[in-house]
Design a protein around this ligand. Structure first.
Ligand SMILES: NC(=O)c1ccc[n+]([C@@H]2O[C@H](COP(=O)([O-])OP(=O)(O)OC[C@H]3O[C@@H](n4cnc5c(N)ncnc54)[C@H](O)[C@@H]3O)[C@@H](O)[C@H]2O)c1
Ligand SMILES: O=C(O)[C@H](O)COP(=O)(O)O
Length: 409
């Protein structure tokens, strides 16, 4: 159990995968200078070695924070995912160790929606194949199989932040939009929610996936679903590689059942730019392959850098967990001449009354207290008079169900 606050220059921050300079700037401006920065993800052994010394870690989609890796993260208090997806982090293991996880749920959504619009226009015109032919000295001048976007039916699977923006952009091009989502969603513009995945697959000219990686989305597009798509349909996936069976997609493309595809995410992605990319879609001229760059624009990365760094700073400075992925949300203004204690515990009945009893028995004056819980976790921020901080922390360690307790200031 971590038990003391540290001077800011002793708080070790590990930033991986080339997170934007804006994150470093924000952390430096807030007084955090002990930062180790890597442009790439780390191999597991190296990651374990470094995470065991880190108090904060920042990463993107490549770094896998598995249960095994997190079991070594004994000083870690927070994880910043400088992206939307948090599937690369074992959230249960993080919660179990009292480690809060943040992400950037909105900053790169426009970038993904724009990429998909670009891809669907290029695919409707057969540009990838024509471009490839030109590069080989060919000349495929023909209108056959080339279409405008106007009046084409776009099916969006997952109508969240990205799906909705894609919907609006596609309608501005005159497309007819429908979507499938497990939640009933307010349709934007003239878009329509369909009742089943099959209805979407069998009625759309273009199908684009925008779901998170979860148990319910794993391989949600398999051979059966591919066979339900309209003859000549276009398939796009910029969500997660585990969502679609690419062998089935490749088979349908080779058989001419699908006319084209654009895929940005893969079940197995190279760990670095030096590793070979392997996919059954390689070599197919009517497929746009991109190396997981849906959210990789300068605008998105700069905004994400600031957004996630600010969340880490707020947590480190005052214990704020607003917009956390796995913690109850708590925000309290800091109080002068007080010590702030953060207490993460298993959400069991009686923890709060035990804490209050201990404080009362020891004459510790609580000047502010805020508790929020999720189903499994309790997070309490407590301000006590500054002469009582150390004693309060000592006593809190004895409370059954405590996961992590520290004094902030
Ligand atoms: N290619 C990239 O670089 C890139 C960039 C950003 C995000 N992403 C991926 O895109 C995903 C979606 O991003 P978002 O911001 O739109 O997320 P979001 O959470 O705002 O929306 C996801 C939507 O999918 C729906 N959904 C969940 N499970 C479903 C299921 N089984 N069937 C149908 N719908 C389901 C949800 O109800 C929600 O409406 C992210 O989770 C991330 O994995 C990829
Ligand atoms: O989840 C996301 O936001 C995207 O997949 C982007 O991931 P990246 O930061 O690794 O490009």
């Amino acid at each position: 159990m971590s038990n003391t606050s540290l001077d800011k220059d002793k708080i070790k921050i590990l930033l991986l995968e080339g997170v934007h300079q804006s994150a470093l700037d924000a952390l430096h401006a807030a007084g955090y200078t002990n930062i180790e920065y890597h442009k790439t993800a780390l191999a597991e052994d190296d990651l374990i070695d470094k995470i065991s010394e880190a108090h904060f870690i920042g990463l993107r989609s490549r770094t896998q924070l598995t249960e095994k890796v997190l079991s070594h993260a004994n000083k870690l208090v927070a994880i910043g995912c400088f992206c939307i997806g948090t599937n690369q982090v074992n959230l249960d293991a993080a919660s179990e160790k009292g480690i809060v996880v943040f992400n950037a749920p909105f900053s790169n959504t426009r970038s993904v929606a724009e990429l998909v619009i670009g891809q669907l226009i290029l695919l409707l015109r057969g540009i990838p194949a024509k471009n490839a032919a030109c590069h080989r000295g060919g000349w495929m001048k023909s209108a056959v199989g080339s279409f405008e976007t106007r009046g084409k039916r776009l099916g969006i699977i997952g109508y969240g932040s990205i799906g909705t923006q894609l919907s609006v952009l596609a309608e501005s091009l005159g497309m007819d939009v429908c979507f499938y989502d497990i939640v009933t969603k307010l349709p934007l513009g003239n878009a329509q929610q369909v009742k089943s995945l099959k209805e979407l697959l069998s009625s759309c000219d273009i199908i684009s996936l925008h779901v998170p990686e979860t148990a319910s989305t794993k391989m949600m597009i398999g051979a059966k679903e591919v066979s339900q798509m309209k003859k000549g349909a276009i398939f796009i996936n910029a969500s997660r590689g585990t969502v679609a069976d690419l062998d089935a997609v490749a088979g349908a493309l080779k058989a001419g059942d699908l006319s084209g595809a654009a895929v940005d995410v893969f079940p197995v992605e190279p760990k670095s730019n030096n590793e070979e990319f392997v996919s059954p879609l390689r070599g197919l001229d009517n497929v746009i392959l991109t190396p997981h760059i849906g959210g990789s624009t300068m605008e998105a990365q700069e905004n994400i850098g600031v957004e996630v760094a600010e969340k880490l700073i707020q947590y480190s400075d005052v214990g704020t967990t607003i917009a956390s992925v796995n913690f109850p949300e708590v925000a309290l203004p800091s109080q002068a001449d007080n010590h702030r204690i953060l207490h993460v515990h298993h959400n069991r009945p009686g923890v709060l009354s035990k804490i209050n009893a201990i404080f009362s028995d020891n004459n510790i004056n609580i000047t502010g207290q805020y508790l929020r819980t999720t189903e499994t976790l309790g997070y309490m921020v407590m301000d006590v008079s500054s002469d009582a901080g150390e004693l309060a922390l000592e006593k809190l360690k004895d409370v059954e169900g405590t996961i992590k307790a520290r004094v902030l200031f």
